[in-house]
Design a protein around this ligand. Sequence first.
Ligand code: GAR
Length: 194
Amino acid sequence: MVRSIGSDRINAGVFISGTGSNLENLIKFSLNKKLPININLIFSDKYNAKGLRFAKKYKIKKKIYLFKNKMNDEKKILKVLKKNKIKLICLAGFMKILSKNFIKKFDGKIINIHPSLLPKYKGLKTHERVLQNKEKFSGCTVHYVNSKLDSGKIILQKKVKIRKNDTVDKLSKRILKQEHKIFPEAIKKIMPNL
Ligand code: GAR
């Protein structure tokens, strides 16, 4: 089935822990109808996540769960997701690991963006490790979330060339630019399966 943009939109929730540049990018794509999703909910595990300001800016409901008791919080989140008929979860710089049980309940409907060319450099501090190892390329990956960290099926990837005098800051900015391109593309790609 091919979903035509503008008619058959699905509800999506975005999980963040930090700045939220990917979140805002996805919101813009949804608002100018370049993506057939409505972002109805923003979740965060941090009260002070900078990206939460986009909830106010774009009038989107926000929910904060600190994940101190992961099972309890996930139960509450699942209720909210059901109530709001959320069909897609985008992890956009969300730094908590979701439980197997949670992932099973949303099997095939949770996607994550990671700042490396997976399967290389799973986990944290990717840019530091890439530079230390003198890699020629890094990049970013959008993948389905499964029960193993950064290991689900890859949806899209984009390579970024490492430059001679690269720093973590410079490299992460160049990779982030590419993230903003491939995250919406990846959502378009999987829409028929949602
Ligand atoms: C992005 O670079 C994303 O790939 C990364 O956090 C950053 C969030 O930026 N995610 C991870 O490292 C997940 N393990 P943003 O808050 O500006 O979208």
